[in-house]
Write a protein that binds this ligand. Structure first.
Ligand code: FMN
Length: 416
């Protein structure tokens, strides 16, 4: 059996799966139940001056018969008294000394508030704090959340306030609502962050009812932009983790968040450089019980790969995602489509997609059900294989043309 335990920025956890800050981690009851069921850690629902929430709060996008591909929320931080939260955090830590208990914080930009709160959190015995610089709605209009994460100087300053208040590890949770996530990340590191977690939710309007013209979700007759998460956002989370894992100016551990539902999703984040992961939407959708599949799946995977621990995976594929200019140009390496006629159902989706939205290199021949690819003309864009409804019917084949040349290499050879 592989070792699933991790040490993330000095915080030890029996496995790399933490519940993300949100409705799942609002009370001691929930966090203790989750730990009993196998979760390694939890980031408490963001604590700060208690807010008053609205009703309703959530909306989802279903796609192709799948519920909650994307989830949007307009919930704010904890609406419970700070004392109640801190008392329950202390109780959880007393009962589960070997699990990771992280307190998410969001406070106004006042050094005294931060140092007082950091001392109070330290008194609970919690393992660390996560600074919520990410919530894109409600709190941002009050000068907190993503407005802090969007201004590197503020991120640096508030991280420094938190760091000076205690010796607890400080994880800064970043917002994806920026043009280049490396800038706030570098600023948080400059402010003393021990680690970064990403992503928080993405600004979004889920949709309108075209009959009533009401947005989704709505509060009486109005809506507001909210934070988008769930399976649909995983590619954005993966990109941002990979961008930071490959940035020499961000030499701190990364905690991957966004669309994690299966052990495979988690492995992708770990391979790109995350040292632990957090889950929100999937556990809201299916319950805490998904931890069994996550831990068993990761365990089996590590055994199958002959790896002894989670650490053996962390960052192992981060070099595989990089600058476009380092990819081999198409006269050096290409892929071409092969349509397996014996599997083709003759739907012609590949022909239509290639003819209208691709490069016009698939032909329909009289008397033949399966279209045929003109391989010399195929640019290897993948579109036909993506639209084909029969798994394995269209295969992309690698053709190595020998010469290895990227745009960067070509530029130094011929100047363009
Ligand atoms: C209803 C809801 C409330 C949330 N509240 C918080 C919060 O209080 N603090 C925070 O840092 N993130 C909060 N989040 C964001 C999650 O922690 C997480 O970053 C995001 O949902 C992406 O992960 P996922 O795709 O697994 O859901 C919330 C998310 C949801 C859906």
């Amino acid at each position: 059996m592989a070792d699933l335990s991790v040490n993330f920025a000095g915080i030890s956890s029996p496995n790399p799966f933490w519940l993300a800050s949100g409705p799942l981690t609002n009370t001691g009851y929930q966090v203790m139940k989750a730990f009993d069921m196998g979760w390694g850690g939890a980031v408490w629902k963001t604590v700060g001056e208690p807010v008053i929430n609205v009703s309703s709060r959530l909306a989802a996008i279903d796609y192709g018969g799948r519920r909650m591909m994307g989830l949007n929320n307009i919930e704010l931080i904890s609406d419970r008294p700070i004392d109640d939260n801190l008392r329950e955090i202390a109780e959880v830590k007393r009962r589960f000394p070997h699990h990771a208990v992280i307190v998410s914080l969001m406070l106004a930009s006042d050094p005294t508030l931060w140092s007082d709160m950091m001392r109070r959190v330290e008194d609970t015995g919690a393992d660390g704090v996560e600074l919520n610089f990410g919530c894109p709605h409600g709190m941002s209009e009050r000068g907190m959340g993503s407005v802090v994460g969007q201004v590197p100087e503020y991120s640096q300053q508030i991280t420094a306030y938190a760091k000076s208040g205690s010796s607890l590890p400080v994880i800064v949770k970043l917002t994806p609502n920026v043009t280049d996530v490396r800038m706030p990340a570098r600023a948080a590191v400059a402010g003393g962050a021990d680690a970064l977690s990403l992503i928080n939710t993405i600004n979004s309007v889920m949709g309108l009812d075209v009959e009533t013209w009401l947005p989704d979700p709505h509060v009486a007759d109005r809506g507001s932009h909210g934070g988008y998460c769930g399976p649909a956002v995983k590619p954005i989370g993966l990109y941002m983790v990979s961008a930071l894992a490959n940035d020499r100016r961000v030499p701190v551990p990364l905690c991957g968040i966004g669309g994690i539902e299966t052990w495979r999703d988690a492995v992708e984040y770990l391979l790109l450089g995350a040292g632990a992961v957090q889950v929100c939407t999937a556990a809201m959708h299916y319950g805490f019980r998904i931890i069994d599949d996550l831990t068993e799946g990761l365990n089996d995977y590590l055994d199958r790969k002959g790896l002894a621990s989670v650490q053996d995976l962390v960052g192992k594929a981060k070099h595989r995602v990089g600058d476009w200019n380092d990819l081999r140009l198409s006269y050096s390496y290409k892929t071409v489509a092969e349509i397996h006629a014996d599997q083709c159902i003759g739907c012609n989706l590949c022909f239509v997609a290639c003819d209208d939205g691709g490069h016009q290199c698939i032909d329909r021949l009289p008397g033949q059900r399966a279209p045929v690819v003109r391989k010399d003309d195929c640019v290897g864009c993948n579109l036909c294989s993506l639209v084909c409804p029969v798994p394995g019917c269209i295969e992309m084949q690698d053709i190595d043309l020998g010469l290895v040349e990227t745009w960067r290499q070509r530029q130094s050879r011929v100047g363009f």
